[in-house]
Design a protein around this ligand. Structure first.
Ligand code: F6R
Length: 237
């Protein structure tokens, strides 16, 4: 895992967005896995601005949503698909048919299996946020290195942290997520961390032994993963 120090929050967001734009320019049919959460919001904002300016297009790209909260109304603004739509998809030229997400409307195990199959050999590029307990996607401590897309229980601290996304207190206790094994098949992975509250977990991710108690540490076994931090998140690196 190579650590990239992106500078101030603004410089960090510029760096990630411009590097992503460059990837899309070289490879317009890029197959992307994208997270929600608050970390990528300024990056998505920059991508939307670049698309509006005609600098780049997602017209040939494919986007796989990383994960989804369960037990939440389909139109709840805190749902992952609603967040990604609001922050990025509704603002760019990605064809609706190439925005892959979870419906959670029927047989969840069958939907997860089909999702895993649709990812096939792996995404070209996976962007990830970093949970305070080291989770990636909704792969909480204990997630196995070979785990695939599946239903998972959220750690209590993840349920509590999700209050930032919801305007009510019916917080999710479970979700569905690409597995560690699914993520590890991605050609490139960028683990994104910004802000003071990510400094400790970013340092642990790089230094602690690789183990299932710190899911992000599995990425150290991935050949091209970058941990891209801003000044605050990188303060202990
Ligand atoms: C979101 C996701 C989560 C977040 C993580 C960090 O799709 O998979 O793993 O990336 O919880 O969340 P923020 O960015 O809100 O600090």
């Amino acid at each position: 895992m190579r650590v990239v120090k992106g500078g101030s929050r603004e410089q960090w967001a510029d760096f990630v967005a411009e590097t992503l734009i460059a990837r899309l320019q070289v490879r317009p049919a890029l197959r992307l896995c994208l997270p929600t959460g608050l970390t990528p919001v300024p990056i998505y904002d920059r991508i939307a601005t670049a698309v509006a300016a005609g600098r780049v297009s997602l017209g040939h790209a494919e986007v796989f949503l990383l994960d989804e909260f369960g037990g939440v109304d389909p139109d709840d603004p805190g749902r992952c698909d609603q967040m990604l739509r609001r922050f990025l998809v509704a603002r760019v030229d990605l064809p609706e048919a190439r925005f892959h997400r979870f419906t959670l409307a029927g047989d969840i195990a069958a939907e997860c299996d089909a999702y895993e199959r649709s990812i096939g050999a792996g995404c070209d590029l996976t962007l990830l946020g970093l949970g305070g307990n080291g989770h990636i996607g909704m792969n909480e401590p204990g997630a196995a290195a070979d785990s695939l897309t599946r239903r998972v229980d959220l750690a209590p601290e993840t349920t509590a942290a999700s209050a930032r996304y919801f305007s009510h207190d019916r917080l999710p206790t479970w979700g569905v997520t690409m597995g560690i094994g699914t993520i590890m098949r991605s050609e490139e992975v960028w683990l994104l961390a910004a802000g003071t509250n990510k400094a400790a977990i970013a340092a642990r991710t790089v230094r602690e032994p690789v183990s299932d108690s710190l899911p992000a540490s599995w990425l150290r076994a991935h050949p091209t993963t970058l941990l891209i931090v801003d000044d605050e998140a990188g303060a202990r690196l």
